[in-house]
Design a protein around this ligand. Structure first.
Ligand code: HEC
Length: 101
């Protein structure tokens, strides 16, 4: 029974994907450097071509960060920004960014 409950929780977490995988508070601390370009509220900077992050979903953000790091999404600036991030950092950042509206 206990095993079944654990399994159910894992399945429910899976439905929400990365939204539940990250820790938004930890992500907020990591976001300080990102805010330099994307703005403290994730509003972005149109003139400097720094995209708005507010309103993006955690799953999408995580995917982009992984892609920047691997080079699959080719952008030198974001490749440098993600070079030092591990999976947990990216999950946490994605969770935090998803709270920005
Ligand atoms: C030096 C400026 C700069 C900093 C600092 C920076 N970014 Fe970016 N970011 C960019 C630029 C420029 C792009 C657009 C890349 C492209 O055109 O593919 C971008 C794109 C993104 C995207 C994709 C948005 C979309 O709509 O697809 C995400 C997500 C993102 N950044 C997250 C972050 C995170 C998280 C950090 C901190 C770890 C960060 N950025 C730090 C400049 C920056």
């Amino acid at each position: 029974m206990k095993t079944l409950m654990v399994a159910t929780v894992l399945v429910l977490a899976g439905v929400n994907g990365t939204a539940l995988a990250g820790n938004a508070a930890a992500g907020k601390a990591k976001f300080a450097v990102c805010a330099g370009c994307h703005g403290p509220t994730g509003a972005g900077n149109e003139a400097l071509k720094y995209p708005k992050l507010a309103g993006l979903e955690a799953g999408y953000v995580k995917q982009q960060l992984v892609a920047f790091k691997s080079g699959a999404r080719d952008n030198a600036t974001m490749k440098a920004m993600t070079a030092g991030l591990n999976e947990t950092d990216m999950d946490n950042l994605a969770a935090y960014i998803a709270t920005l509206k």
